[in-house]
Design a protein around this ligand. Structure first.
Ligand code: KIV
Ligand code: ZN
Length: 500
């Protein structure tokens, strides 16, 4: 039987601390319930003393969640602990997460006191929290840079005071995997009462090592993983849940560890976090990035088509992604081209394929990506309806809006050489623009994701819009950039529609 790793999700606390990612109470409930369905053991719902809104959110999550443990963060301060206990009161299973700095850096320059005083405060806070709940987790902040012997004393002290879980955060993301593993091993071997609690890994990603460090810590004996969905969190982020969970699953024989995460919900969960926290995932992000299962070079496509496992260590279905993608670009080979042509019903002979491939390369050098309708053109089919859909251009867009009145958008779209116009109203400039385009295109698509990002920092900078739509179970992405974000949005939407 392999060892169970408890998954402690802190998307709603460490993740939510990121500027721009703040959630309201309803969004926190929605996410918490999804985390519970995902199989998360402990949900850190917030830091109740930090604001009245966060208090209300932790209270609401405590009422809504039934199976997972709901946890609230505090400093090692009585009023924080009182506040967390009150917010967690309705929870069926609850945990208080309290703690204090463990490194000399924090002790001297943040708390400005002695090591002995820190130990006293740590023990007092733990005992105080135990008056409210049986499940108390203690965090030794900046443990990654702490003196090992002092850290061991701190862990021993808080376990003796009643802590059931001791969190060993690499708060600044400083450690190398060997160093982090060495800390956990040292504690496992030098804390006399270590059998009375479990150690938890909590790694930040400042050196891009959070996943590696977390795995190293689990391998060295920690049994709780602290993480966030998509790795969001302070600065460079926290450990990404999907990465560690899938690494454990992919190496279950050699690691002999397991989690209770329902991995087929990972992709949906990632998209929910992106949507609610307005934080796009980089395309090459492991497991959940748009390109995580996309193959574009000829050598890889050929190998993939012979056997998926030549180039994929995870089946995308396992994490809830419907299919791998073979992108046709100027780097693609004949095998991928033939495969796609066959899917479209063409059966070229080897000789025909060679000739089509030459023309394909010329077209692919001109366009970045080749779509099915382009292939039909290559195969000599006249401009059919799907062909026309590729040629969408925003000719004009005028939006009038102001606070308290509906926005009006007028668009003119060039669709295969002809201009089509529409004018509609919406509850804001984006809504009006999308509706006006829908009026022209008449597609039954669902807007799945919409993000606007400034490419650099100035107010005169280009805005980049990222849109994902779905139709009949298939997903399409579109991008657009413009100094006017509404124009960028319209371009992104048309780009996505052109791929349907
Ligand atoms: O990174 C950290 O040290 C933390 C603690 C508050 C647990 O987030
Ligand atoms: Zn943290």
């Amino acid at each position: 039987m392999s060892d169970k790793i408890f998954v402690f999700d802190t998307t709603l606390r460490d993740g939510e601390q990121v500027p721009g990612c703040q959630l309201n109470m309803h969004e926190k409930i929605e996410l918490a319930l999804a985390l519970e369905r995902l199989g998360v053991d402990i949900i850190e719902a917030g830091f109740p003393i930090s604001s009245p809104g966060d208090f209300q959110s932790v209270l609401a999550v405590s009422k809504a969640v039934k199976e997972s443990v709901v946890c609230g963060l505090t400093r090692a301060v009585k009023k924080d602990i009182d506040c967390a206990a009150e917010a967690l009161q309705p929870a069926r299973r609850k945990r208080i997460h309290t703690g204090i700095g463990a490194s000399d850096m924090h002790i001297e320059h943040k708390f400005r006191c002695s090591r002995e005083e820190i130990l006293e405060r740590a023990a007092d806070a733990t005992k105080y929290a135990r008056n409210y709940v049986d499940d108390v987790e203690f965090y030794c902040e900046d443990a990654g840079r702490a003196d090992h012997a002092f850290l061991a004393r701190m862990v021993e002290t808080v376990i003796a005071a009643g802590a059931t879980v001791v969190n060993i955060p690499d708060t600044t993301g400083y450690c190398l995997p060997e160093q982090y593993a060495a800390i956990i091993s040292y504690l496992m071997n030098n804390v006399p009462n270590i059998d009375k609690a479990i150690l938890s890994v909590h790694c930040h990603n400042d050196l891009g090592l959070a996943t590696a460090n977390s795995l190293a810590g689990l391998y060295a004996g920690a049994r709780q993983l602290e993480c966030t969905i998509n790795g969001i969190g302070e600065r460079a982020g926290n450990t990404s849940m999907e990465e560690v969970v899938m690494a454990i699953r992919s190496h279950r024989q050699s690691l002999n560890l397991h989690t209770d995460i329902q991995v087929n919900q990972i992709y949906g969960m990632s998209k929910m976090v992106t949507r609610l926290m307005k934080m796009p995932v980089q395309p090459n992000k492991a497991i959940v990035g748009r390109n995580a299962f996309a193959h574009s070079s000829g050598i890889h496509q050929d190998g993939f088509l012979k056997n998926r496992e030549n180039y994929e260590i995870i089946n995308p279905h396992d994490v809830g992604i419907s299919q791998s993608l073979i992108l046709l670009t100027a780097r693609s080979g004949k095998h991928a081209l033939k495969h796609r042509l066959q899917k479209l019903g063409y059966m070229p002979t080897q000789e025909e394929l060679l000739e089509i491939y030459d023309r394909f390369l010329v077209m692919a050098d001109e366009q970045k990506e080749i779509f099915d309708d382009d292939l039909r053109t290559l195969m000599g089919e006249g401009a059919d309806s799907s062909n026309q859909e590729r040629q969408l251009e925003l000719e004009e867009l005028t939006v009038v809006c102001g606070k308290g009145k509906p926005a009006t958008a007028s668009v003119s779209i060039n669709h295969n050489g002809k201009s089509f116009k529409a004018e509609t109203t919406g509850n804001g400039p984006v809504d009006a623009t999308i509706k006006a385009i829908d009026e022209v295109m008449k597609y039954e698509v669902k807007l799945e994701e919409y993000l606007i990002q400034a490419i650099t920092e100035g107010s005169d900078d280009l805005g980049k819009a990222h849109i994902q739509i779905s139709m009949d179970g298939a997903y399409y992405y579109g991008f657009g950039s413009d100094t006017d974000t509404i124009h960028a949005t319209a371009k992104a939407y048309l780009d996505a529609l052109s791929k349907v």
